[in-house]
Design a protein around this ligand. Structure first.
Ligand code: SAH
Length: 491
């Protein structure tokens, strides 16, 4: 804050050097011992030797870490510094002197602008190896696990890693009088029109296209974020891979949907798989997609899908895994690691709509699921009934509070499964697990960094990590998911 006052004293030096020095002084004051080696707009040569968790190339310039979008390990490049921070900075790839042998041309023509995928320029096999390596490096660096004792297996990928998503969420806008819909240009709220997304199921693409065409013909307006005028905000579509059922949700800035019947009839005629047309009203000035009011305009409240043999009811608002094929792979692994014989009590913390719980319930004596979102628990109960899995109980609440309460009621868990959000398990929950001493913990994680942190706590609490299996749930993106088997050590 005080930095501006000094400005007037330095009269003999040129304006440029003064500014440069001031910047340096500011950085040094903020972080003693820090000497900036690069500045914004510097052009530098860089060798890339790693990928970060966002899929960016990582290079060191005189020891200073720079992240470069779309640069790959093994590449030597010319880059322009975009932004510097205390411990790392960002640079833009200008030219490749030497390219990685694993570099491929992205299949998607809008890969550069979209930002939905981060790794299409890297061979799929190499993406899988990178994800395995990322898990290994986190476990080694943060949890100090000995990789000779803990096997981090090769990532289980998809045979055909395209068109895997079962849900699309598309913002709608207007361009030169016509309706457009696609994605926000990276880092902005400018809508770029898109007809297909290569990681999206074709049924979702054609449904979105039909909505855009029909709504435009009927004169339905698109919502404008700046003026808060116009009607159609988002189109959300869901598709059951195993049932071939489609749902569309039209999110509108207002209650009335003009030409509703014509719209319904046109969509039904074009897409016989369509089972449900839903309207959700969101009149707030917010980036949140859904509003509070949801009504079925035509057809069913639910579409259905299966993961393995378990049937799930999917409503407009319910959470459901977006890659159903790989979810099956992930949960089969979780089940294998739980190694159930039929007489166990299992706790599924962070259970969502009960996806893992119901998988486990097929082989356990009893499964108790806990989840903080009440609607998800209603779905979990409905799904349990749908599959006649009566050996399940679901509770709404925070896992770190509900599980100690169960323990106090005399519940003993043989296996505890956790599938927390990116921030990992609450410390109190890890403490409860070490107190409860289940024979096994199965940890499903979408963030190797918090997984490593939590494994360290469990290791210190008397558990031993046996195996870690990365599963590629989101090919071409930088997301890494894995399931780990952790066992109670013999005293
Ligand atoms: N296992 C589920 C969902 C995992 S996502 C599935 O596979 O479908 C993580 C879930 O944890 C979310 O549903 C989120 O609502 C829930 N959650 C977040 N914090 C929680 C907490 N403290 N206690 C219980 N559940 C929590």
């Amino acid at each position: 804050m005080a930095k501006r006052k000094k400005q007037t004293k330095q009269t003999t030096e040129t304006k440029q050097t003064t500014q440069k020095k001031r910047k340096q002084a500011k950085k040094q004051a903020a972080s003693p011992g820090f000497t900036p080696v690069v500045e914004k707009n510097d052009i530098i040569d860089l060798t890339i030797d790693d990928l970060n968790h966002e899929g960016m190339g990582v290079g060191k310039y005189q020891g200073y870490t720079l992240f470069v979008k779309h640069a790959l390990p093994g590449e030597s490049i010319k880059a322009k510094v975009l932004k510097t921070k205390k411990r790392f900075g960002y640079a833009k790839l200008l030219e490749r002197y030497e390219s990685s042998t694993a570099r491929v041309t992205p299949l998607c023509p809008i890969f550069d602008q979209c930002g939905g995928c981060q790794l299409q320029h890297l061979q799929y096999e190499e993406q899988l190896r990178q994800k395995q390596r990322q898990v290994q490096s986190q476990l080694q660096r943060m949890a100090h696990l000995d990789l000779d004792k803990v096997s981090v297996h090769p990532t289980l990928g998809m045979e055909d890693p395209w068109r895997y998503r079962n849900k699309a969420q598309v913002p709608i806008g207007e361009h030169e009088g016509g309706l457009i819909g696609g994605f926000y240009r990276q880092g902005t709220h400018d809508i770029i029109d898109m007809n297909e997304c290569l990681i999206q199921h074709e049924q979702n693409d054609s449904l979105v296209q039909q909505v855009k065409d029909t709504a435009e013909k009927l004169g339905i307006t698109a919502y404008n974020e700046n003026t808060h005028q116009g009607l159609l905000r988002h189109v959300v579509t869901k598709y059951g891979f195993k049932t071939d059922e489609l749902m569309v949700v039209l999110i509108t800035n207002g209650d009335q949907l003009p030409h509703q019947d014509e719209l319904i009839n046109a969509l039904k005629a074009k897409l016989p798989q369509l089972k449900s047309i839903v309207q959700n009203v969101n009149t707030t000035r917010t980036n949140v997609i859904f509003g509070d009011v949801t009504r079925v305009l035509w057809g069913e409240t639910y579409i259905y899908d299966y993961i393995g043999d378990i049937k799930f009811a999917i409503s407009a608002r319910s959470f459901y895994q977006v890659n159903p094929q790989q979810t099956e792979v992930l949960y089969a692994k979780a089940l294998e690691y739980a190694d159930l014989q039929g007489n166990e009590t299992v706790i599924d913390a962070y259970c969502g709509i009960g996806t893992i719980s119901l998988f486990l319930a097929q082989q356990a004596k009893r499964v108790l699921g806990v989840e903080v979102v009440p609607e998800a628990i209603s779905d979990a109960k409905r799904n349990a009934r749908l599959n006649h899995l009566e050996n399940t109980d679901f509770a709404v609440g925070e896992a770190e509070k509900v599980i100690p309460w169960w323990q106090a009621q005399g519940v003993h868990a043989d296996v505890i499964v956790v599938d927390p959000p990116r921030k990992g398990c609450d410390e109190a929950l890890l403490q409860t697990i070490t107190d409860m001493k289940p024979q096994k913990v199965v940890y499903v994680s979408c963030n190797p960094a918090t997984l490593a942190r939590d494994l360290k706590v469990l290791e210190e609490g008397g558990f031993e990590t046996k195996e870690v299996q990365p599963v590629d749930m989101f090919p071409h993106t930088s997301h890494v998911e894995c399931v780990s088997q952790i066992v109670l050590k013999d005293d």
